[in-house]
Design a protein around this ligand. Structure first.
Ligand code: UD1
Length: 423
């Protein structure tokens, strides 16, 4: 297993091109299953999670290849209906094939998901939605077995605006008979991207990006070419890294309208943020001011930037409070940050961050994708050289992370782990 070796104290300067959004690309790849033929998706990031989704699609019989920066998914022979444990356990988002499989095959056998270390992540809202549409579920040795001889449109009111449930139900509804209404739907830009691609495929969808989405089921969706939206979480990560190192970075291709609250919070903390034709320029030249923030479904502050923001505020002047409202155990990385000299205490879903003047290097672990990014940011800002192990988590979400940071002036490189795998 690889580790990153980071020597802190170098301000990030220059420009970085923001990749296609992981959380969009994964769902667009699953949506390709809804049409027979070749769907081409441009801007799919070359990260471990997208590779896992490629393997899920191949296991279902699809052929997946690259044409330059575009991924081509040919579903002509995709007659399978199983997502195996080896793949779903690597990435719980594999569960989004459930909707397309129910819609196209009338059945699915999907391993119960594992995935990130950020709390027990349930799929009850997905299943309740499908049940309202006529699907039946049973469990079989760790697998979820789903049957839906006919999917029928229904009114589905989500208890919580779950991103995955909204997307999964949306993908089933476009091929169901009749009208489906998703109430209390999630509003993330990635959902709008998925809806846009489905509409290009011939689906009839209204209200994506609002809390009520109405879908008229239709037959025979056709394959299309589509470009993934830029990754707002990746952009936010580089923006926070620039601020934490007291540097300035142009986030090429990033969309400011997807990052409103994140940029506003960074500016509150003392950053400069300016939108230019090529993207967004973000920088900070002094210690951040203290700041309170609360994670919420979009358009609230994204939970996927909470750990990175905590790493920044670890060196703020004054005491900040972070409140995590989306995932129940997303503060596990705090112990790692404290090993680098941060002074953070958690109580339930609140964290009290007493700013210290500087962080100091330490050997730390990446506990999940975004916590791993937070460790890298902390190490970039710290005195001395830090070792970050379990980098496979960072690789799940960030393409060429260390090379892109190095191009911005960071002193970072990858080395094999000191310990053999499995020890
Ligand atoms: C997606 C993103 C993830 C992001 C999250 C919230 C992908 C691949 N992942 O995850 O990066 O952090 O949105 O923005 O797009 N819940 C239930 N029952 C369900 C579904 C969810 O209780 O059936 C709960 C979860 O446990 C969690 C909360 O709802 O506490 C939010 O989950 P959800 O919005 O579904 O996140 P994901 O789609 O898993």
């Amino acid at each position: 297993m690889d580790r990153l070796v980071v020597t802190g104290g170098h301000p990030l300067r220059g420009s970085v091109r923001i990749n296609g959004a992981k959380n969009s690309a994964l769902k667009l790849m699953a949506a390709a299953l809804l049409a027979e033929g070749e769907t081409v998706i441009d801007g799919v990031p070359r990260i471990a999670d997208c590779l896992t989704m490629t393997h899920v699609l191949e296991h279902l019989g699809a052929r997946v290849g690259w044409r330059g920066s575009a991924m081509a998914i040919d579903t002509t022979d995709a007659t399978g209906y199983e997502a195996p444990y080896e793949l779903v356990s690597q990435m719980r988002a594999s569960i989004v094939v459930l909707g397309p499989l129910l819609a196209r095959r009338g059945r699915a056998r999907v391993a119960m998901p594992g995935g990130c270390n950020i709390g027990s992540r349930k799929i009850d809202l997905h299943l309740k939605g499908f049940e309202r549409m006529g699907a039946e579920f049973s469990s079989d040795h760790g697998y979820l077995v789903a049957k839906a001889p006919a999917l029928i449109g229904a009114v589905i009111s989500l208890d919580f605006p779950s991103v995955g449930a909204t997307e999964n139900i949306l993908m089933a509804a476009v091929a169901a008979s009749g009208t489906t209404v998703i109430e209390n739907a999630a509003r993330e830009p990635e959902i709008q991207d998925l809806a846009n691609m489905l509409v290009e495929m011939g689906a009839k969808i209204e209200g994506a990006g609002t809390t009520t989405i109405e879908i008229q089921g239709s037959d025979g969706l056709r394959p299309v070419e589509h470009r993934v939206i830029p990754d707002r979480v990746e952009a936010g990560t580089f923006a926070i890294a620039a601020c934490a190192t007291r540097g300035e970075v142009l986030l090429e291709g990033a969309r400011a309208d997807h990052l409103d609250l994140v940029l506003a919070k960074l500016v509150d903390a003392g950053a400069t943020a300016a939108t230019e034709d090529a993207g967004i320029r973000v920088g900070m030249d002094d210690r951040p001011r203290q700041l309170d923030f609360v994670t919420l479904p979009y358009p609230g502050f994204p939970t996927d930037l909470q750990p990175q923001m905590m790493a920044l505020l670890a060196t703020a002047r004054g005491t900040s409070i972070a409140t995590e409202n989306v995932f129940e155990s997303r503060f596990m990385f705090v112990d790692e940050l404290n090993r680098m000299g941060a002074d953070i205490r958690t109580e339930g879903h609140h964290a009290v961050i007493r700013g210290v003047e500087r962080l100091s290097s330490a050997p730390v672990r990446a506990l999940d994708i975004r916590a791993g990014a937070a460790m890298v940011i902390a190490a970039l800002a710290a005195d001395g050289t830090s070792d970050i192990t379990d980098v496979r988590y960072v690789d799940r979400g960030y393409e060429g992370f260390e090379a892109r940071l190095a191009a911005l002036g960071a002193e970072v490189h990858r080395e094999p782990s000191l310990w053999p795998a499995g020890s």
